[in-house]
Design a protein around this ligand. Structure first.
Ligand SMILES: [Zn+2]
Length: 454
């Protein structure tokens, strides 16, 4: 598979550096509320990437974290009068329910920031020792961006935009900021009153880790100094991934991520999603309006991941229609299991559709090929190909809807069955022909019969 790399801006073949399994890390959700469909576009595209690799015969190791210690989780848990653990567990569980509904494969490892504070402190100590970080008077610790010559390379931040020698402390010490405010960023935040009981002991006094650090510390623990791919939404390129890259390279020395994979934003009805305009949809919001998670998934994979996706109600209608069409075409075909499909084999007329996915995850192209070849599907290989493409897109088809049978047709079918039971073949054939002229056909089984449109 070839995939666009954010750092080099080139299509690069994906190969595991250890020659065994493709090891990748995705920044997970911040669990202070339900994830919205914009978040899920990224998670679903990461799922398509993993499925494509596995169905192409590659083994994977997928790590995705849970952000449960940051400005937002602390602020909202304190406001709700709940412990951080109790508060974030609720939203983590909700996230898992949504992921399952969207048919996303579970990561093999899902570490959380709160459970990895010692690892984060160890990395800060290392950075201080190596001269890449310094403590301020109030007991916070900052990363010194002037100590890392490559800072800004990933996000193409010009050096002249950097405000060297200043810290985020002067700008409210926030985890999130834009390129105009690039400066030394916080690794350890000294304890503040608004943090409530959410603090840990450290060599610099009581406090808590900054948001960017958790991924670096957990990546080192679970994937090592060099791993195959790092993914997230494009809003994470700066500052989050830029900061992760700086921390990890300065602390561990390795290459860090060999490939950077970012999914573009999602618009709703042409507008930026926002709570105030009522366009910040969650899966539950859409379920209330009668849309299934699978229909949502279909829309999320329906266009190129590097382009903005405009999510509309029309696109959901189109998704429903498309899934119904695929279900009808595949009706009666046995669906092979995922592991079975991962063994590979001849994909028949759908080999081209799978190829599309292998070229920068061209999901729209794969869907086009899937529909384009539906009529040609006949052999066993064709159907294996069909289900391989569906599995790589993570689509599960709805049960094909049974056509409503008019009473008159039911009666003819019943008469035919009775004639057959009494071995009156002439009468049976007569009823069969009459049904055929009315557009129906009877399928006989051992236990009885079924009448379906011809
Ligand atoms: Zn991260």
């Amino acid at each position: 598979m070839r995939l666009f790399d954010t750092l080099t801006r080139e299509l690069v073949p994906l190969e595991p550096v250890d020659g065994k399994s493709f090891r990748f890390y995705c920044c997970g959700p911040t669990v202070y509320g339900p994830a919205h469909i914009g978040n899920f576009r990224t998670f679903v595209m990461q799922d398509v990437l993993r499925r494509g690799l596995e169905l192409g015969g590659m083994k994977t190791k997928h790590v995705r974290n849970i952000t449960d210690v940051d400005d937002k989780t602390i602020r909202d848990s304190v406001a709700a009068g709940r412990t951080l653990e109790n508060f974030t567990a609720e939203w983590r569980d909700k996230f898992h329910v949504d992921c399952e509904a969207l048919n996303c494969l579970k990561p093999q490892i899902e570490p959380s920031a709160a459970k990895h504070v010692p690892e984060q402190i160890a990395m800060i100590e290392d950075l201080v020792e190596k001269g890449h970080a310094y403590a301020s008077d109030d007991g916070s610790v900052y990363f010194k961006i002037s100590s890392f010559a490559e800072y800004g390379k990933l996000s193409r931040l010009e050096t002249r935009e950097l405000d060297l020698g200043h810290t985020q402390n002067e700008r409210a010490n926030s985890d999130e900021y834009d390129k105009d405010n690039a400066a030394d960023f916080v690794l350890w935040k000294s304890r503040r009153e608004e943090d409530g009981e959410n603090f840990w002991e450290s060599p610099w006094g009581q406090g808590r880790p900054g948001w960017h650090l958790e991924c670096s510390a957990m990546i080192l623990k679970y994937l090592g100094e060099t791993f195959d791919l790092h993914g997230g939404g494009e809003d994470l390129i700066f500052p989050h991934h830029e900061n992760e890259l700086a921390q990890s390279k300065c602390s561990c020395g390795g290459e860090f991520a060999r490939h950077w994979f970012h999914a573009a934003h999602l618009l709703v009805s042409g507008k930026k999603m926002s709570k105030s305009s009522g366009t910040l949809y969650t899966l539950s919001d859409l379920a209330e309006e009668g849309w299934s998670a699978m229909e949502v998934r279909y829309v999320l994979i329906g266009s190129n991941y590097r382009k903005q996706l405009n999510f509309t109600m029309e696109s959901l209608h189109a998704a429903r229609e498309a899934l119904g069409k695929l279900a009808k075409a595949a009706s009666g075909q046995k669906v092979p299991g995922y592991r079975e499909l991962c063994k590979g084999g001849d994909l028949g007329v759908f080999a081209g559709a799978f190829e599309k996915l292998n070229e920068d995850l061209n999901t729209a192209g794969a869907l086009g090929e899937l529909f384009g070849n539906l009529k040609a599907a006949s052999s066993e290989a064709d159907w294996r190909g069909f289900f391989t493409v569906l599995a790589s897109l993570g689509l599960v088809l709805p049960e094909a809807e049974k056509a409503e049978v008019p009473a008159e047709i039911e009666e003819l079918a019943r008469l035919r069955w009775e004639a057959r039971q009494s071995k009156d073949w002439a009468a049976s054939d007569r009823y069969r022909d009459e049904l055929a002229t009315k557009g129906w056909v009877v399928k006989d089984g051992r236990e009885g019969y079924e009448v379906v449109p011809s």
